[in-house]
Design a protein around this ligand. Structure first.
Ligand SMILES: C[S@@+](CC[C@H](N)C(=O)[O-])C[C@H]1O[C@@H](n2cnc3c(N)ncnc32)[C@H](O)[C@@H]1O
Length: 229
């Protein structure tokens, strides 16, 4: 799997490639990442990527031409049409199901907006889908893109140390995960549930499943009703 990221702040993506699961995965060549700065595709000496909005109002808008040229360069290098995602608060919510769906693509291009966003004509002509990380607004698409990438990367076979880790995570079977405990057995007067200490794996599995159901019912009854409907 390869990610091409269009961003005015390519240095931010070191957070992915220099730490944790996503660092190990890129070192193992489970995915590749290339950042593209649209300033490299501008036509003027000031390398202008944004301009004032038609109709007036505050802020600036990312211009069509540098972004279109960047997309063309990516397509030229890949010799294939990538799946193009614009990170946007107006997009479909990023869910675990959406993350799983994205793993089907060999090439994903992520467009990170800044300012007031991107000229709408670029979105209508060149973007396959818009994805949101939640009903709030952040300053740019870079952090949303990194969240999306991290979520996708951990589903690539071999990316996680234990093959079942991702399957047991919250949302993968529609429920929240169960609580986890590690040593010591007692800390500040709080004990580990005794069932986890007894070595009966059938009982442990049943307890974990019950915890998942209780937690989901208490914390996210909305997703429980989604499963039942
Ligand atoms: C300040 S925001 C622009 C918000 C835009 N004016 C709006 O209200 O829809 C700048 C960029 O941050 C990114 N962004 C902000 N919030 C986001 C979210 N919840 N999910 C995904 N991307 C987001 C988008 O790429 C957006 O173009």
């Amino acid at each position: 799997m390869r990610f091409d990221v269009i961003t005015l702040f390519p240095e931010m993506f070191a957070a992915l490639t220099e730490s944790g699961v996503s660092r190990r995965a890129i070192q193992s060549e489970l995915y590749a990442l290339k950042t593209w700065n649209p300033r490299q595709f501008t036509l003027d000496k000031h390398k202008t990527v944004d301009d004032r909005p038609y109709g007036g109002g505050p802020g600036m808008v990312m211009m069509y031409q540098p972004l279109k040229e960047t997309l063309s360069a990516i397509e030229g290098e890949l010799q294939a049409k990538p799946h193009v995602v614009y990170l946007s608060p107006q997009g479909q919510p990023l869910t675990q199901q959406k993350v799983a769906d994205l793993t089907q693509y060999d090439n994903i291009t992520l467009l990170c907006g800044r300012y007031e966003g991107v000229d709408e004509r670029l979105i209508t002509s060149s973007v396959d889908e818009e994805i949101s990380i939640g009903d709030f607004v952040v300053s740019g698409g870079e952090l949303p893109a990194m969240m999306l990438m991290d979520a996708v990367i951990r589903l690539i076979p071999g990316a996680l140390g234990h093959s079942q880790s991702a399957e047991q995570d919250s949302f993968s079977d529609g429920l929240l995960d169960c609580p986890h405990y590690t040593r010591p057995e007692v800390v500040d007067g709080m004990c580990v549930p005794s069932v986890l200490m007894e070595g009966n794996h059938a009982k442990i599995d049943a307890w974990r499943q019950a915890q998942k159901l209780v937690r989901t019912q208490q914390r996210r009854p909305d997703i429980l009703s989604d499963i039942n409907s």
